[in-house]
Design a protein around this ligand. Sequence first.
Ligand SMILES: [Zn+2]
Length: 223
Amino acid sequence: MQRTAIYAITFTARCESGLHIGGSQDELAIGGSDSPVIKNPATRQPYIPGSSLKGKMRGELEKQLGRFGGRDNDRPCGCAKDECPICRIFGAHMNTRSNLGPSRIIVRDGRPLTGVRIENKTENVINRQTGAAQHPRSNERVVEGTEFKMQIVLQVFDLDGHFSYTDGNGGSHQGDEALQAVVADGLRLVQMTGLGGGTSRGSGAVSFHDFKLDGNPWKHWSA
Ligand SMILES: [Zn+2]
């Protein structure tokens, strides 16, 4: 196995609503939010963990392609089949006999392009039996309009040459281009469904812009 190409896909993520990606309990402070957003401990600035974006891309692609693992189809795909886009791009979950090689993408943490304002969104917890509002709970959110600089490194191996993929618009791709098309579809699905916590309650809408592949326009994203 030999690597034949390595690309940097760079883009901007813009919050189209408040964004809540939860931080650790260590950050809980007296008088602080019940649920803080994750922050860089050195700068105290919120960021988008690469693992959050990667995990959401994987989960949405699994749903879209109907590829899951586990007896109850409730686990990440670990089939390691040659034609599986999930296992090829993200790695075969818990499968030590996979011949597909390492995860093809490295998703970097997204750093804010400017200073970030944080808001506290208070939500009532509703008792489902009585319908009564219980204690209110405050969630920190990065405010709408905040932009983050994102980067996904994509590596291609010689064994990807025969991999083919039909994208969400029906276009068919081979090899290197097929891998890129899977990444683009994953990002489109995140754009449709949101990122972080509370997406069903109006948080986490994001849009992606300004795509470049090694500094040049990226043909898999025309916007
Ligand atoms: Zn699979």
